[in-house]
Design a protein around this ligand. Structure first.
Ligand code: ADP
Length: 634
């Protein structure tokens, strides 16, 4: 038993670590830079939370998803561990408060979104923090070669320089061998040090089904396998359409995408999680941070952009270890759609220049001005005014972001925040009028704690229902209190922002280098080709292809994907296959014949025996060395 076991038991109530968790913990505790690769749900959070609790000081966690960040902070707080977060939607004042709390309040965890790391305010103040460990979650985002590169991750290298003697722990659930190298390089690892949990999912059968009629195939899968399901589609409209189709066929279903309002999202998620709704039909906005162990099927109606994305999404099935299915429904025309995505994702450079020019005009910025300026951004309005294709314009802006001209913050902050400027004492002295504002104030104080020391997230609708008022009335009252200087109120924002990181250039002089365009485009093509090959080819074993793609060596066939099952049965009845393979393995128990001797020794048709022989070889049950055949014992 180690001190880490004690912490695990004390805070989480778990008896033992999962595969490689303890090894990763001990590695960082020994001060080594460490890269941990674990499939989603493998338990990455504990690998930094446990050692950080054993150390003095504060653990800095860099993670890109605000919702996940909040979730983890709440979970830690519920265990009486002090934790806070900093992300892009926050004001300067909020940031100051959080950093003060961290400095003087014995906080153990500070979660930071990567954009925040670049700000001088953060860097100046963070330097004073007693940081004990730097954690980089979703570490593949630092690699240009990864499928989800985020330029803000490059700020991490700067933070590293501030804390040269603090170990870094990088964590990810997907990384090809090339990305594994790149992560260690970009984070300046003192020495290579990787822990990799096998990505093999023994209880998950991967299946590709080529079909002309995906709706029908979907229904067949859902009728064939009971239990909870996630159905992934590419666009928002389709989520609703498929959910309606399923409901019409008597399957309990709901749709989900990022455009729904928060309350609807929460309700649908909760209904699916507690089993009242069996199937959720969603875009890829669904699933991150959702920890439901008994998902029996994950069905893709469209091809994702990469095997990395596919593996992540499909991997949400069967976390409880029970037999589950990851089904990809494929039609030949899907390949054409993939190619279309290439031109959407990489509009030609001339087009990108045009988008840049239009943006400058949209904000009426003169060439040479604008640096550091922020503007609310409405993509639809922008594209409408300048006759641009929304998808291509959006991706053009993303490329301009990579090239360093601007930043596009599209994560919207959908909760309001509030902080009391008056002390509790002062409030007692406020005249009691019994009017709306007064009632709002009272309910506010009763509903939330911590309002005097930090910004607290509030929901106007919740207050409204307690007060039997409308959300609008609560909003008005809060604005009034804010104008009176009683509270600092930040209503939720719904618009994304654009920030000019450089002054506006002449558009002919824009430089969009190969590292942000040609090379990325090439990798994108490689990724969609790998996805396409997975869907269209009926060799090799699906699990093997995925694992090899992620650099796992020595993988055997899974025996349960559509490829393995087809092979198993090709020309042979199941009982024939079983009889022959049993006798063949028995014949190899005590001797190592050559192929001819082996086939002759069996009382079956030699063609059939040969088929079984090949199958067992493929599966890795038997091996042929220098013409002799051996049974694999392990
Ligand atoms: P990841 O970040 O790798 O997707 P999480 O850290 O969110 O995974 O962990 C997934 C789930 O597994 C969580 O509910 C967590 O509490 C649980 N878990 C992690 N480690 C253990 C363990 N050693 N024993 C039991 N449950 C664990």
């Amino acid at each position: 038993m180690t001190i880490y076991h004690d912490i695990l038991k004390q805070y989480w109530g778990y008896e033992d670590f999962r595969e490689l968790q303890l090894e990763i913990i001990e590695s960082v505790a020994a001060g080594k830079d460490t890269l941990g690769l674990m499939p989603t749900g493998g338990g990455k959070s504990l690998t930094f939370q446990v050692p950080a609790l054993a150390m003095e000081g504060i653990c800095l966690v860099i993670t890109p998803l605000i919702a996940l960040m909040r979730d983890q902070v709440e979970r830690l707080k519920s265990m009486d561990i002090r934790a806070a977060c900093l992300h892009s939607g926050m004001t300067r004042q909020e940031i100051q408060i959080v950093l003060d709390n961290c400095l003087y309040g014995d906080f153990k965890f500070l979660y930071v979104s990567p954009e925040r790391l670049g700000s001088d305010l953060f860097l100046q103040r963070a330097l004073g923090l007693p940081v004990n460990l730097l954690v980089v979650d979703e570490a593949h985002c630092i690699s240009q070669w990864g499928y989800d590169f985020r330029p803000s991750y490059l700020n991490i290298a700067r933070v590293r320089e501030y804390f040269p003697s603090i170990p870094v722990l990088a964590l990810t659930a997907t990384a090809t061998p090339e990305v594994v190298e790149d992560i260690q390089d970009k984070l300046h690892f003192a020495a290579p040090n990787v822990f990799k949990v096998s990505f093999e999912r023994k209880n998950l059968a991967y299946v590709v089904r080529e079909t002309q009629d995906k709706d029908k195939a979907l229904l067949q899968v859902l009728k064939g396998v009971d239990g909870t399901s996630i159905v992934y589609v590419r666009n928002r409209a389709k989520t609703k359409q498929i959910a309606n189709f399923l409901k019409g066929e008597g399957v309990e279903a709901a749709h989900f995408h990022a455009g729904l309002n928060d309350q609807t999202k929460q309700e649908r998620q909760a209904a699916w999680k507690n089993g009242t709704c069996r199937v959720i039909v969603a875009t890829n906005a669904f699933g991150m941070g959702i920890d439901k162990p008994d998902v029996r099927t994950v069905i893709h109606m469209d091809l994702p952009d990469s095997l990395e994305a596919y593996f992540q999404e499909a991997g949400r099935a069967g976390r409880d270890g029970q037999k589950s299915y990851a089904v990809l429904l494929y039609h030949k025309s899907d390949s054409t759609l993939l190619k279309k995505r290439l031109s959407d994702n990489f509009p030609n450079k001339k087009y990108i220049h045009k988008v840049y020019e239009a943006l400058g005009n949209y904000y009426q910025l003169a060439v040479g001005s604008g640096q550091g300026m922020n503007f609310p951004f409405d993509l639809q309005d922008f594209c409408g005014k300048f006759h641009l294709n929304m998808l291509q314009a959006y991706n053009g802006l993303k490329i301009l972001e990579l090239a360093g001209y601007l930043e596009l913050t599209d994560e919207q902050d959908s909760t309001s925040r509030l902080y009391f400027l008056s002390s509790r004492e002062d409030l007692y002295h406020l005249p009691r009028s019994g009017n709306k504002t007064d009632r709002v104030l009272q309910v506010l104080l009763r509903s939330y704690t911590g309002l005097f020391s930090d910004f607290v997230r509030i929901q106007e609708e919740v207050l409204a229902s307690r007060l039997q008022m409308t959300g609008e009335e609560v909003y008005e009252s809060l604005l009034y209190l804010s104008r009176q200087g009683v509270i600092h109120y930040i209503p939720r924002k719904k618009t994304p922002f654009i920030c000019y990181t450089q002054s506006r250039e002449e558009s002919e002089r824009l430089h969009i280098g190969p590292e942000v365009y040609e090379e990325r485009k090439k990798r994108y093509v490689e990724r969609i080709q790998a996805m396409q090959a997975y869907a269209a080819e009926d060799q090799p074993c699906r699990s093997k292809r995925l694992l090899q793609y992620f650099g796992q060596k020595r993988v055997s066939n899974c025996r349960q994907c559509d490829v393995c099952l087809r092979k198993q049965q090709e020309g042979l009845r199941q009982y024939e296959f079983e009889d022959i393979s049993r006798d063949m393995l028995a014949a190899l128990e005590n001797s190592n014949p050559d192929l001819e001797e082996l086939i002759d020794s069996l009382p079956y048709d030699s063609n059939k025996s040969l088929k079984v022989f090949r199958f067992l070889c493929d599966r890795g049950d038997i091996v042929q060395r220098e013409h002799r055949i051996f049974r694999k014992t392990d």
